[in-house]
Ligand binder design. Structure first.
Ligand code: COS
Length: 392
């Protein structure tokens, strides 16, 4: 009887994806990793890495081929993010946010809008940012206050956005604003493609952060910013659902970043445990250290396999997209925090100083439990998928 052979696990990736993974890994090892410590120390946006990712067509991965992109699916984008994050979390955010900021246009933009905006985003000439969060609206995304008032052929935007990754270096920001203040909470918002710089737009300040220090996190002021009505993405009132659909597709990117950071820390811990000798033997030969490394490896692989499945489920559509997206970000973020903390422990005193990258990775890992929805929000999304909304 002919046996049905089990698929080689590596076959979950297509040949192109394996090739991309290996290419990005080599690029990250040779060109990005050597810059990572300095990017962190100087907290400066790595313009050279942005150019590198643009030249190598990596920033084009999320965009359709007809607009100058590479047409990569979600898993392909995540594979590239993981490999960059393994070397430098800040650098991986350039790709993550290029996708995040563009997703409203990818999901709900008209062909005319896509033709206008995608070529420069796909080539990396312009960077994108995602303008949802405000000082008083973080987890409660529906509660934002920035206003957009129609005036002839334009909308006039007034308000403040906070914690906007790449907000100070972006050329295009997808901004969410209230168009119907008296409407039902989740129909109040609309989404706009805002080209910057423009009159009335200001970068108020950049945050000083624990990790991802080279990635500018900006507070942005909009004071009477005029946006052409042609830049409204979707219909008036669609803003909240566009934001949620965007996050459903972007959270796997954060999961991929978390897995990359964790893998980078594990690689360092394993190399250290092989070489460092105490009491006359390699520290990896002590069972307590060996067990830590085995747990770390298992957890990283489990998170990666969940991410791969989540990407395939999300691409296939279906009613559980939000659940898959939240689950993979939840598991990967918690894995990254645990694994990087353990990596610091394996290196002992050397883990705590910047001679090795694991202290940076531990600091970088923390944000993956916070942004694009806190871990508490991810749990809420998963729980609602199980139980329905409260009172239902
Ligand atoms: N996709 C499509 N529609 C969605 C959705 C999703 N993933 N999640 C919710 N909706 C819809 C609901 O179906 C509901 O529609 P109806 O009013 O027609 O029934 C509406 O949106 C409101 O849903 P809900 O009541 O669940 O909204 P909440 O205000 O309770 O908010 C959470 C839900 C907390 C999940 C949402 O606000 C959220 O994701 N917050 C985190 C925001 C975030 O990640 N910020 C980081 C920004 S990027 S750094």
């Amino acid at each position: 009887m002919a046996t049905v052979s089990a698929r080689n696990p590596a076959d979950r990736l297509t040949e192109e994806q394996v090739l991309l993974r290996d290419t990005v890994r080599q690029l990250a090892t040779e060109r990005i990793a050597p810059r990572a410590a300095e990017i962190d120390r100087t907290a400066t946006f790595p313009e050279d890495i942005r150019q590198l990712l643009a030249e190598q067509d990596i920033l084009g991965l999320p965009f359709p081929v007809e607009h100058g992109g590479v047409g990569g699916d979600l898993l392909t984008v995540c594979i590239a993010i993981e490999e960059i994050a393994r070397a430098c979390a800040t650098s991986s955010l350039i790709l993550i946010v290029q996708e995040l900021g563009s997703l409203p246009l990818l999901l709900a933009g008209t062909p005319a809008q896509q033709t206008r905006f995608f070529p420069r985003l796909a080539s990396g000439t312009a960077l994108a940012a995602f303008g949802l969060t405000e000082p008083e609206a973080g987890s409660d995304a529906g509660a934002l206050r920035t206003r957009a008032v129609r005036d002839g052929d334009t909308y006039v935007l007034d308000g403040t956005k906070r914690f906007i990754t790449n907000g100070s270096v972006a050329g295009l920001i997808t901004v969410f604003a209230v168009t119907d203040p008296d409407g039902p909470k989740h129909r109040r918002l609309s989404c706009f493609a805002v080209e910057v710089p423009t009159e009335g737009f200001r970068v108020e300040r950049l945050e000083h952060k624990l990790g991802i220090r080279g990635s500018p996190t900006a507070e942005l002021a909009f004071e009477g910013v005029r946006v052409p009505a042609a830049n409204l993405i979707g219909a008036e009132g669609d803003g909240f659902s566009i934001a949620m659909a965007t996050l459903d597709r972007s959270r796997p990117g954060v999961a991929a970043q978390a897995i990359g950071i964790a893998q980078g820390a594990l690689d360092t811990a394993v190399a250290y445990a092989r070489n460092r000798r105490q009491f006359g033997q390699r520290i990896g030969d002590f069972q307590m250290v060996a067990a830590m490394l085995a747990d770390m490896d298992s957890q990283v692989e489990a998170a990666r396999q969940l991410l791969y499945t989540a990407c395939l489920e999300i691409e296939a559509g279906g009613p559980e997209v939000a659940r898959w997206s939240a689950m993979c970000k939840l598991i990967a973020g918690d894995t990254a925090m645990r694994v990087t903390t353990d990596a610091v422990q394996v290196l002992g005193g050397y883990g705590y100083i910047d001679e090795f990258p694991v202290e940076r990775m531990m600091r970088d890992a923390k944000i993956t439990q916070i942004y694009e929805g806190t871990q508490q929000v991810q749990r809420l999304v998963v729980a609602r998928a199980l139980l329905g909304r409260p009172g239902s």
